[in-house]
Design a protein around this ligand. Sequence first.
Ligand SMILES: [Zn+2]
Length: 283
Amino acid sequence: MRGALPVGENLRLWGLRVEANCPFCGEAETPFHLFVKCQFATWIWDHAPFQKHLDPATFTSLQAFIEKAKTHTCLPPCGVNVGPLYPWIIWSIWITRNQRIFNDKRTNPGETLTQAISLAHEWNRSQAPTSLTPQLSQRQLLPQQDPRAVVCHTDAAWIGDLKVAGLGWIFSNCSAGPSNHGSVRVDCIRSSLLAEATAVLFALQTAVRLGFTNLLIASDSKQLIEAISSEIPQMELYGILFDILSLSSSFNQIRFVFVSRKLNSKADALAKLAIHNSVPIPV
Ligand SMILES: [Zn+2]
């Protein structure tokens, strides 16, 4: 980062390369441009699952940007066992750039971000003393509804313009007292699917805290339930899906099921109230 990277502008200063332009947009290629200001990099920073948006437009140097990036943690849904993401984003941009220049391989910014998140998870897993296995074991996957399972309905309300979500969850078939339901308002949520997944994650965290070991999670998002059941990472859900599956390992038995909106009306009401920052309702 101290002028040592062989980006185009440095090569030109060293008299080594005539072509000194960014392979993504054609502008002069400085490290600051390549990693922060280029539209390719900007897309990635805009979509990275940080708790707070890291806006490349507000920075005037790479050093200032990295100092700020160091303070950015991943979204609560992404936060379980996830270390810093920014070095992996920079690394992945660098790899993508080299592949484009030397191998003429075209990768879009979404793929580069997915690669960065994947590398971050891989790194964290390799650092953890006991590695997490996100896959659910056969023992944990209930073939059918267990009458003893605590049932948890979850739902989310999402306002796209504001990227704000209200999340609600409610436990039944248990004696959790006033803790039998919860709701929260969360900012910086980029899609309704991510909001639904975040609701499930909050519900799981609460269930762990309450000591439940046999759980049935019900959601009216078919897409989410299919994503969890298939355990196939999607870019939009990659980090949070990992967290959901990791946390699921805490339960002796767990099952995720799709339910109709009608059957999910109480969780829906909690989510809608949370988005307006109102007080919890008695259920
Ligand atoms: Zn560029």
